[in-house]
Design a binder for this molecule. Sequence first.
Ligand code: COS
Length: 386
Amino acid sequence: MLYELTEEQRMLQDMVRRLAREQIAPGAAERDRKGEFPWDMVEVFRENGLFGCDFKEEYGGSQMGVLAYCLAVEEVAKVCASSSVVLLVHELGSMPMLLAASDQQKKKWLPGLASGEHLIAFGLTEPGAGSDAAGIRTVAIKKGDKYIINGTKQFISHADVAQYVCVACKTDADLPPHKGGLSIIVVEKGTPGFAIGKKEDKMGIRASTTCELIFEDCEVPAENILGREGDGFAILMKTLDFTRPCVAAQALGIAQGALDYAVAYARERQQFGRAIIKNQGLAWMLADMDTAVEASRQLVYKTAAVFQEISKDLSKVPREAIRLSAMSKLMAAETAMKVTTDAVQVLGGYGYVKEYPVERMMRDAKITQIYEGTSQVQKMVIASCL
Ligand code: COS
């Protein structure tokens, strides 16, 4: 399948590029230094309707689709990866609802999410369940018209600022998670028995908050379950199929941002009486970086275009799309790590200090090889499609 950006997508791309330059880039270093959740960026995204890009018009969105969302994420990530996580986590947390909520649930939850009035988080990972998504131990036992949740989630992005968290729980101890043992339940902020635990002090994406969730006899209305009891594993896997291209777009943006900076620097920086870009060793390094970034872009946009098509009928994600989703994330994340590391090399000593942005970009790039499935998990997924 071939894609071509539409007029509407190009306009969005230009708009976010301008926002990134004028309103997001200037505070990026300080956001990284402070390590506080960027509410001012949330406001910028709200004002410009970015949260609702991938939501249907009937729920208050602009229905522009996954590719448009990826374009927005890429532009923001070029200048500030932390700020782009706000958009990523919104898509990740909303996706189980977009995929599996009833019409009534959608009417209740989606408009507030489409406008960005409410934020949402995704609660899968636990101390003993990360790559092994089936290893979840948090339990939800049905009692009357309630589920009682007990367990701990770990490394959950933005749960401390979210109105809702989609929590993956075991609802049947006797059934394997992939065979009906797992469900997704929406827990609202302030529900008694739901507390935020330890907040992580991270290497990168420092303005994005990451925390532990503690559920102690947390009572949630049974009507907050997404789909039917036991649908959880399939919803989780489909969610990740849809959102991995968005992480790939983030990685792509980080890589492009670092490449642009390194090229501009190499054209200016004089050593041995000439601009360092004239040295073949560095010129070839920049050529390799540019090639990898462009290859990643093609894969990310193609994958997003494929998912845009699929989203017209969400009943099944074809194997070819699962394969592309994992490939786009793998390729873009590996490229981001390599390109940002090489950008630091191009800047030499200046690359290693916080006065220049490539140091931050290199730290930010690392997470793209880890979250929403490590690069090794992506290879497992790709291999399983062969
Ligand atoms: N999309 C849709 N369905 C999928 C899928 C995918 N990406 N991966 C697996 N499935 C389905 C399989 O088709 C299978 O269905 P059937 O039972 O109907 O045949 C079922 O799920 C079980 O598959 P499998 O036996 O391969 O499951 P595993 O427990 O071995 O898990 C991986 C496979 C590793 C791919 C899965 O656990 C995973 O994606 N882990 C990473 C999770 C992750 O990203 N964690 C990061 C934190 S989330 S921010």
